[in-house]
Ligand binder design. Structure first.
Ligand SMILES: *[C@@H]1O[C@H](CO)[C@@H](O)[C@H](O)[C@H]1NC(C)=O
Ligand SMILES: *[C@@H]1O[C@H](CO)[C@@H](O)[C@H](O)[C@H]1NC(C)=O
Ligand SMILES: *[C@@H]1O[C@H](CO)[C@@H](O)[C@H](O)[C@H]1NC(C)=O
Ligand SMILES: *[C@@H]1O[C@H](CO)[C@@H](O)[C@H](O)[C@H]1NC(C)=O
Ligand SMILES: *[C@@H]1O[C@H](CO)[C@@H](O)[C@H](O)[C@H]1NC(C)=O
Ligand SMILES: *[C@@H]1O[C@H](CO)[C@@H](O)[C@H](O)[C@H]1NC(C)=O
Ligand SMILES: *[C@@H]1O[C@H](CO)[C@@H](O)[C@H](O)[C@H]1NC(C)=O
Length: 491
């Protein structure tokens, strides 16, 4: 408690004396008054001892006018000493002397109070409450405020913002009675990430014969991050056939700090298990494998998201899962010479089909009357699927197996004239489907000289005279029989 004693009686007396001295006699020999120490600088809350002395030797009345609690400590004939205790702010006590016959004189001393800086606190001014370290995007302007208690006189106080040991900014402190708040505007940079910011106060009273008083705050840290205005880039096929696997990847460049960023892929709302997440320089990359099943048919969204700080960057693309089966190429009815044969081709819509050689108005069918020449003929049906700018083909082929009855070749000439003793083959071939069996059997005849002998069929033989005669050559398959009479003459 500070007891303020305004000393009204003394003031009134002083006033009266002043009036008297000014009104009655302007005395040039008024007493000289000296206060010691003159203009002292003291530590706040400490006490100061003032010695007020005068050159008046005729029982002077010495008084001190101050709002501070003043305790007289000692006195002499022409001096008085007071102790002013607990001085917490600047004050200018007035010492006055009433010298009988000489009037009044006075002198002031200006007590200046100093106080080293203390209780420094550095705060980040953010809009939201933070439980953990705040995240600041690079480029954002932030305010770091340093609170300093004490640190007087303020005109000798400088407040410094430090990042680590590096001085960022130095500001004078406002001249307030209470705690000084110095605000530093900082544009968040990459270097600020997890850096130790602190504020440091310096009260320099060296010019007053005192010290340089210094004090620092506890360190303040925050995270900075940088995603620029970028989006991740997805590398994915747009379509995927059921039953197949494809690798998809997503990457983002210029991510800072890349090790604190998270990247993930999801497909159809479900997170994909990553094959690999790599961080290279400022680049973040994820790869995953997508496997398409029947249930995934249709369009599903593939999303890549990068999370860092309070921000998330996403990109999505539709991935179409499709099934594309081989077309089915079929032939209807009995495939037999002279019959109408219809070839049709089918595929799952939206795939379209085209049988090679089919009319353009009916590309999915070919109708023909089967001929012998058509046996073994190949037909190809091509199915085409157009999906999101991509075109796929699948083929099915079919070879016609045209059944036809036996047909004896021209080679099966009806007249064979051979020289006796030469090597010959009695041969006859026939076409037909199924492949016909051919036999040549000698007709029953009256025996001639040398007898009747059947020439072996289809075997190289030395011709003898008795082979001469008429042979019935027959080709046979399930569809019919063809025959020809072959005459053999042996000369
Ligand atoms: C000194 O003064 C201050 C404020 O004027 C007061 O709060 C404090 O209690 C005083 N201290 C003493 C020891 O009187
Ligand atoms: C006060 O000042 C006077 C004049 O300088 C001196 O004579 C006296 O000893 C001083 N008193 C004390 C207690 O220092
Ligand atoms: C941040 O402050 C600087 C300088 O004070 C100013 O040029 C810039 O436009 C500010 N940026 C933002 C995002 O407010
Ligand atoms: C992950 O990717 C890196 C670089 O692309 C490669 O070296 C590494 O082998 C990959 N790891 C796996 C498990 O695929
Ligand atoms: C082949 O198609 C035609 C019409 O295009 C039809 O009249 C005929 O019955 C079909 N034949 C077979 C064997 O399906
Ligand atoms: C499918 O058939 C078409 C002709 O119909 C042909 O041009 C293409 O090469 C075939 N493709 C394959 C994969 O066999
Ligand atoms: C086969 O020979 C007979 C008798 O020599 C003859 O009458 C017939 O014209 C011949 N036929 C052919 C096709 O050469």
């Amino acid at each position: 408690m500070q007891a303020r004693r305004p000393l009204p009686a003394l003031t009134a007396l002083l006033f009266l004396c002043l009036l008297l001295s000014s009104g009655a006699q302007e005395n040039p020999t008024k007493p000289r008054v000296q206060v010691d120490p003159l203009n002292p600088m003291i530590l706040s809350s400490s006490s100061v001892v003032l010695n007020c002395s005068t050159d008046c030797v005729t029982s002077p009345a010495i008084g001190l006018e101050t709002s501070l609690e003043a305790l007289e400590e000692s006195r002499g004939t022409n001096w008085k000493v007071w102790r002013l205790s607990n001085v917490t702010s600047d004050n200018s006590p007035l010492c006055y002397v009433n010298c009988p016959g000489k009037g009044q004189g006075s002198s002031r001393t200006n007590i200046m109070v100093y106080e080293p800086p203390k209780n420094l606190e550095l705060n980040l001014e953010t809009s939201q409450e933070q439980s953990s370290l705040p995240w600041i995007p690079v480029g954002q302007n932030i305010t770091l405020s340093c609170h300093v208690a004490g640190g007087r006189p303020r005109k000798n106080l400088r407040v410094v913002l430090l990042r680590g040991a590096q001085e960022i900014s130095r500001e004078p402190a406002p001249d307030t009675l209470t705690t000084a708040v110095v605000k530093f505007q900082v544009t968040a940079s990459r270097e600020d990430d997890e850096a130790s910011f602190s504020c440091h106060a310096e009260l320099n009273l060296q010019s007053k014969g005192l010290k340089l008083y210094q004090e620092s705050s506890a360190p303040l840290k925050f995270y900075t991050y940088d995603l620029k205005k970028l989006q991740p880039k997805l590398v994915t096929p747009m379509i995927l056939e059921t039953g197949t696997k494809k690798q998809v990847s997503c990457a983002m460049d210029n991510v800072f700090p890349v090790e604190k960023a998270h990247i993930q892929l999801s497909w159809g709302g479900q997170r994909l298990i990553e094959d690999n997440i790599t961080r290279h320089g400022d680049m973040l990359r994820v790869t995953a494998t997508i496997m398409a099943t029947e249930e995934d048919m249709g369009d599903r969204e593939l999303t890549c998201s990068v999370t860092l700080g309070n921000e998330i960057r996403r990109i999505s693309e539709n991935l179409t899962v499709y099934t594309f089966l081989q077309p089915v190429l079929m032939v209807s009815g009995p495939v037999q010479e002279g019959y109408r044969v219809n070839l049709t081709c089918k595929a799952h819509p939206p795939a379209t089909v085209l049988i090679e050689g089919a009319p353009s108005d009916e590309p999915d069918r070919i109708s023909l009357i089967a001929q012998e020449e058509d046996n073994g003929r190949s037909f190809t049906c091509q199915a085409t699927l157009k999906l999101r700018e991509e075109i796929f083909h699948k083929n099915s082929s079919l070879t016609l197996n045209v059944k036809f009855p036996p047909k004896l070749d021209e080679k099966c000439s009806p007249n064979r004239t051979w020289d006796e003793g030469t090597e010959q083959i009695l041969q006859c071939t026939a076409r037909g489907n199924p492949a016909p069996t051919v036999t040549c059997v000698r007709e029953q005849q009256m025996p001639v000289n040398g007898g009747n002998q059947q020439m072996p069929f289809n075997v190289s033989t030395r011709v003898v005279r008795s082979y001469s005669g008429t042979y019935n050559c027959t080709a046979k398959n399930s569809l019919g029989v063809a025959s020809q009479v072959v005459s053999v003459f042996v000369k």
